[in-house]
Design a protein around this ligand. Structure first.
Ligand code: HEC
Length: 211
């Protein structure tokens, strides 16, 4: 008896899981929230936060466009965004894109920095595992982004691909107009050195990502 109940509960939940996305999509289609209302609400949630924090929730032109179209930007707008964001990418002056993969591994695993409980001396991390699988030994990771396991190996350690990865990490919206991935270099979350270390984590043959 008990197991039948459990089973029917399971079926019920399975049904829910299947029908939810449809319900959400229907809602989106029916009524898109007024952007100014969303802005007002967002500002209210920041309450009495200091001015530099208030500054951080102001969308720039790129984000404002993505917000306006709910990330489904028309092709012409997407081209404009990618061009604008690509112009913000600063490549290393010496042309070397691969830093220290060991350091890169630490940065990928570090989700600290920029939080209200962090002081100015806290180094920012990339928090990459929040959205990506990376080295296989790490079992805790998010799946919003694709798995980056064997990233360099799968790309035959091609330097052109390493440059693409540098671009993606520096400014994800220079690659995909309304990407959900943070613009780490362009928004000064990570330094050039940190991004090089991350590129090495992805592309060094010795990195556990490629083992
Ligand atoms: C909030 C989620 C999120 C975080 C955090 C994040 N990414 Fe991503 N990343 C994505 C998504 C989503 C994609 C897929 C393409 C897109 O939407 O931009 C992606 C794509 C990528 C790609 C290209 C993959 C391909 O298909 O070739 C690389 C490389 C990458 N991320 C590296 C990183 C690194 C390194 C970090 C940490 C510094 C990081 N990401 C942090 C969400 C994230």
């Amino acid at each position: 008896m008990k197991s039948t109940m459990k089973l029917s509960a399971l079926i019920l939940f399975a049904g829910l899981a299947v029908s939810l996305p449809h319900a959400a999509a229907a809602q989106t289609a029916a009524k898109a929230a007024d952007p100014s209302l969303v802005d007002k609400y967002l500002h209210a949630t920041f309450g009495k936060a200091p001015p530099d924090w208030q500054e951080r929730i102001k969308p720039d032109e790129t984000l404002a466009t993505c917000n306006l179209y709910r990330n489904e930007v028309p092709a012409a707008e997407a081209d404009k965004i990618v061009k604008r964001e690509l112009a913000k990418v600063v490549y290393p002056a010496d042309g070397k894109l691969l830093g220290d993969w060991k350091e890169g591994g630490k940065i990928a695993n570090n989700g600290r920095g920029g939080q209200f409980s962090d002081d100015d001396k806290t180094e920012n991390g990339g928090n990459c595992y929040a959205c990506h699988q990376m080295e296989k030994a790490e079992v805790s990771y998010g799946t919003l982004g694709p798995s980056l396991t064997a990233y360099g190996k799968d790309r035959k350690f091609d330097p052109a691909e390493a440059k693409n990865a540098f671009t993606k990490i520096y400014n994800s919206q220079a690659v995909l107009a309304c990407s959900n991935m943070p613009r780490f270099g362009a928004n000064k979350v990570l330094s050039e050195k940190q991004i090089k270390d991350l590129v090495a984590f992805l592309f060094d043959p010795e990195s556990p990502i490629n083992k």
